[in-house]
Design a protein around this ligand. Sequence first.
Ligand code: ZN
Ligand code: ZN
Ligand code: ZN
Length: 446
Amino acid sequence: MCKKNAYQTFKKENKNVKVSESKFWALKPKHVVPLKKGKFRSCLCEKCINVELKLKALNNKVIANKIPSKQSIKTVANKYEANKFTICEVSKGEDPKLQCIQRKCQTCGVKQLENHFHELGVIANTDETVNWYQWETKKITEPKVSTRKVLASKSTYVKDLLQNLTEDMTEFSMHLFLANWQYRQFSNLKEKIPKNVMVCIMDFAENFSTRYQDECQSAHWCYDQITIHPIVCYYSDALGKTVTHEVVYISNDLTHDANFVDHYGCSSQYKSKVPFFDISSYAEELDGIKVERHFFGSGHGKGPADGCSGVVKSAITRGIIAGNVLSCAEDIFSFVTSDLTKDGDTFKRTFLLIDKKDVPRSRPLRSEAVTVPGTRQFHCVKAVAQGLIKTRRVSCTCVVCLDIEQGTCINNTYVDEWVEQTLTNDLRKLNQKSKSKKQKVGKKEK
Ligand SMILES: [Zn+2]
Ligand SMILES: [Zn+2]
Ligand SMILES: [Zn+2]
């Protein structure tokens, strides 16, 4: 409900109360907040939400069953607490041990969380059922075959729900660790950006429907869609101050593939064979500029780029409400350029308009790119030569890993060695041949 509607509804329901709209809002209780100030929960991570949903259902069951002798044992408040049950204890601010989160430790494991719920008497009665929810991917056939995320309602035995949560928890400690670690590496780097280094944050390109203020009903069916793709860049100026420069691409191109991102420049938009091939090509194409791409933990990449596109989208909406005609990419581009361009000492914002016909989609060699096995597991990629990249499971932004100083990486208990990966079948065959040759030579020498 908008502010005006809330006031009108109040007037309708309380005809005898005389209050002006401004007074009505001045008397608003503190806990009533405008929507934009409320927590924006719709972009939370699916894995995290599912764990929280299952915990909630189990906790409710514990409370409902209430065993008097177990009153002192606490329910599991949230995902972080659930995670703590499954790993060995560490001091505050310390990362959990790698062997614990990889579930290789003999002392800890998901069983501990399961046992805790058993102690709470969650399965006092074995044929008791429970209702719970989880987000799932559902296949749909209408209007065309695709997949959609749905909140599925379940009714199962309590023990099956507990089993289901336990299964989720197996990979969950690693999930939370990666989300935390990757974000921390970014924060460390952003705090003190070395000379000649630029940090760029890219998020998924987003579609935005244009609208008209006084639209006739049929206008609902002929919205123009545009793409907003923000890139937030950070670098140090001559005095060592961090400069934030937001570069926002506005386009009528709605195909959010790797060609788009490379030309402008989302998970498969950024993390798959074609973008990897692009990174490998930068070694030669970008004239000596070294490019590394790091990935936030899956589901946990919402950040500065998201904030930037939020600013742009709400400005467009405000512009339309104010009566501006913003019906296509060109309109929107000139509106936001005049309204939101910034050129301060430490904060800049620039807009660029890209026409779909200018995005090259048949680029040389890209069609030959093949998938790198285990793509999901790594969070860091850098170029070696065209068709050749190096990958790492987790990122590190220490001075050694940034090639600023020589020595050993301070994070080497968590950070693995770089692994070379080939991106075309031809290169892979060549590599195998040279490897087997080396092996033969090695055997002869013995
Ligand atoms: Zn998560
Ligand atoms: Zn352990
Ligand atoms: Zn390092």
